[in-house]
Design a protein around this ligand. Structure first.
Ligand code: SF4
Ligand code: SF4
Length: 204
C-alpha cells in the first residue's frame, strides 16, 4: 500500500527528525499539534525540499510522529527482548531485478541477501543486524509477517517500511505479544528507497 505521493527527505536537515521525536513526546497536545506541524514544515522548508503540497506533507509528518510515539511506547519492552528479527523492505535493495542475487524463499516468503553489492543498503544493514544476533528478512510486503511470526516466536521486532506499509505492520502486531520498533523510509517510491542507517543502528 504505497502513499499516493512520493517523497525524499534525504536532504532535509537531521535536526528535523530530532524535532519530530521531540513532538512525539508531547503528542497529547492535539489542539496545538496541527499548528506545530505546519510550523515545522515551514521551518525546515519541507515543501521546497520534497515538492509535496501542504496536505501531503502533513500526512507524512503525522505518520513520522505516530511511529515515534509507538517506538517510545514499546522501547522498554523491546530493550528487554531476547529473540529478535529485523524486517527490511525489498524496495531498499540496490537492484530490484535479476542483478540482485538474493535468494527468495517462497515458503517464508522472504529474500535472503547474498551480499553481491557492497554499497547496497540492505546488504550493509543485514551484516550489521546479523552481527547483533538478529534474524533478517527482506520482505516483499508486510502481509508476509503473520506466517513468519507463527513459525518462530520473536520477542522483539524492528520493521523498516514506509508509513503506509507500517500501518499494515501495526495491525498485524497489534494482537501479538511482540515489542515492535519502526524505522521509517525517508525516501519512498517502491524502488531505490532509502532509510537512515544511523537511525537503524540506534534502534537495533
Ligand atoms: S547486496 Fe543483497 S539485497 Fe543488495 S542487491 Fe545484492 S543480493 Fe540483493
Ligand atoms: S515499503 Fe517500499 S514497496 Fe512497500 S509500499 Fe512502502 S515504498 Fe512501496
Amino acid at each position: 500500500m504505497p502513499y499516493k505521493f512520493t517523497f525524499d527527505l534525504t536532504k532535509v536537515p537531521r535536526f528535523f527528525f530530532t524535532e519530530v521525536a521531540r513532538i512525539s513526546y508531547r503528542r497529547g497536545m492535539h489542539k496545538t499539534l496541527l499548528k506545530r506541524l505546519q510550523d515545522i514544515i515551514t521551518k525546515f522548508r519541507i515543501q521546497e525540499a520534497t515538492g509535496l503540497n501542504l496536505s501531503d506533507a502533513l500526512v507524512l509528518l503525522q505518520d513520522f510522529i505516530d511511529l515515534q510515539a509507538v517506538n517510545l511506547l514499546y522501547r522498554k519492552d523491546f530493550l528487554e527482548s531476547n529473540k529478535r528479527a529485523l524486517f527490511l523492505p525489498h524496495c531498499s535493495r540496490k537492484y530490484m531485478d535479476s542483478r540482485c542475487k538474493a535468494n527468495f524463499d517462497a515458503s517464508i516468503p522472504s529474500y535472503t541477501c547474498s551480499h553481491c553489492s557492497g554499497d547496497c543498503l540492505v546488504n550493509m544493514t543485514d551484516c550489521l543486524a546479523r552481527k547483533k544476533g538478529y534474524d533478517v528478512y527482506v520482505l516483499p510486503g508486510g502481509s508476509c509477517i503473520p506466517k513468519i511470526l507463527k513459525t518462530i516466536h520473536y520477542e522483539g521486532i524492528v520493521g523498516v517500511a514506509c508509513g503506509e506499509e507500517m500501518r499494515v505492520y501495526g495491525e498485524i502486531l497489534g494482537g501479538m505479544n511482540v515489542a515492535g520498533q519502526a524505522v521509517p523510509l525517508i525516501k519512498n517510491g517502491c524502488a531505490n528507497t532509502i532509510f537512515s542507517m544511523d537511525t537503524l543502528a540506534k534502534t537495533i
